[in-house]
Write a new protein. Structure first.
Length: 356
């Protein structure tokens, strides 16, 4: 039985061909998946964790060319939960809530969430907290219970379920609930806990706090950059733009000014469709800041930003159009408008930080 469990947890341990990152052909991979599925099916009746792993694999389409097998996965999650497997119970709750492989049933979703929460599953406790605080799953008027679940989830939050301390931090920062006292310093502690677990928004919050001296935190460029980086590495576009700003001005001796890095972070955020970043990349490209100067490419980015609602991009495009038209044929009103746009452009060029 111990060898079977090891095979489930670490396939490479039971199959030397998988060790060391050895490449396998498509046919070999298919054969290995077939054998793995057969092994799991043979032992799942005796091992709840095997039921869960098989269910998880089916839910992710591992054995079906990427196509989820939700009904079979749901049945296995329910079966494993009956043997006390908390993660399986949580997943069964998700299935009932969203109708994955079964008929939607909020009441049954709550039942499975409570079963998993009773075993200190952070995801289940957080979901119950959300439901109580937002009157979801039929749990209306239960704010006090929601706070209780959030506190319990915070105590056992992990990298897979890091949101409880962040959400509790928001409540303490705002003080919007009678059952939660306002305490910005404690909110910062909770955000820091969530950030350490990899929560992107918590990292951004603390980056902002240490940049501007919020939440009782001192201004600390090193910590601000540290937390912004933690958020940016998880594709948080606002954090990317904050790093862009830090690189534009520098923070000696912590961070040297580097226009190329500033452009790189702006481009990363722009590629995520963030309008503010799209405008910034257009601005950088038009003026040749941190990248080659290219008016045509800059115009492309301005158009993208304008289409996504960025007002500065719309004004910049209007300025470009006015410059292309020239003064001939313009009325006095149109000339005044054009001159105003030119002044805006000059003011913008006078300070790089306007893009932030």
């Amino acid at each position: 039985m111990a060898q079977q469990r090891q095979a489930i947890e670490s396939p490479s341990a039971s199959n030397p061909n998988l060790a060391g990152g050895a490449t396998t052909s498509a046919s070999t991979k298919a054969e290995l998946l077939k054998e793995s599925k057969k092994l799991l099916e043979n032992i799942q009746g005796r091992l709840p964790h095997a039921q869960y792993i098989l269910g998880d694999a089916l839910a992710n389409g591992v054995f079906n060319k990427g196509k989820p097998e939700l009904e079979a996965a749901f049945r296995l999650f329910v079966a494993a939960s009956k043997h006390g497997h908390s993660e399986a119970g949580y997943r069964a709750g998700l299935c009932y809530e969203f109708g994955w492989g079964c008929k939607q049933d909020p009441a049954k979703a709550e039942t499975f969430y409570r079963q998993a929460a009773s075993k200190n599953h952070p995801g289940a406790m957080t979901r119950l907290a959300d439901a109580c605080l937002t009157n979801d799953l039929g749990l209306s008027g239960r704010h006090r219970e929601g706070v209780k679940w959030l506190k319990r989830a915070t105590e056992v939050a992990d990298a897979q379920h890091p949101s409880a301390p962040f959400k509790l931090g928001v409540l303490h920062e705002t003080g919007e609930l009678d059952d939660v006292f306002k305490d910005e310093a404690y909110a910062a502690q909770l955000y820091t806990q969530a950030a350490a677990l990899g929560h992107a928004e918590a990292n951004f919050k603390m980056g902002d706090a240490y940049e501007h001296g919020k939440l009782g935190c001192p201004k600390d460029p090193a910590l601000s950059i540290h937390f912004y980086t933690g958020a940016a590495q998880q594709n948080h576009p606002e954090a990317m733009m904050c790093l862009c700003a830090w690189y534009m001005v520098g923070a000696e001796p912590v961070l040297q000014q580097n226009q190329e890095e500033a452009y790189s972070w702006a481009l990363s955020a722009a590629n995520l469709g963030f309008p503010k970043a799209e405008y910034a990349v257009g601005y950088f490209t038009e003026l040749g800041i941190g990248t080659r100067q290219d008016s045509l490419e800059a115009n492309v980015w301005y158009v993208k930003a304008a289409e996504h609602g960025d007002e500065r991009a719309k004004k910049r495009l209007a300025t470009i159009k006015a410059n292309q038209l020239g003064d001939s044929g313009l009325s006095e009103k149109e000339k005044k408008k054009k001159n105003a746009l030119r002044k805006e452009q000059k003011d913008a060029k006078d300070k790089d930080c306007c893009i932030m």
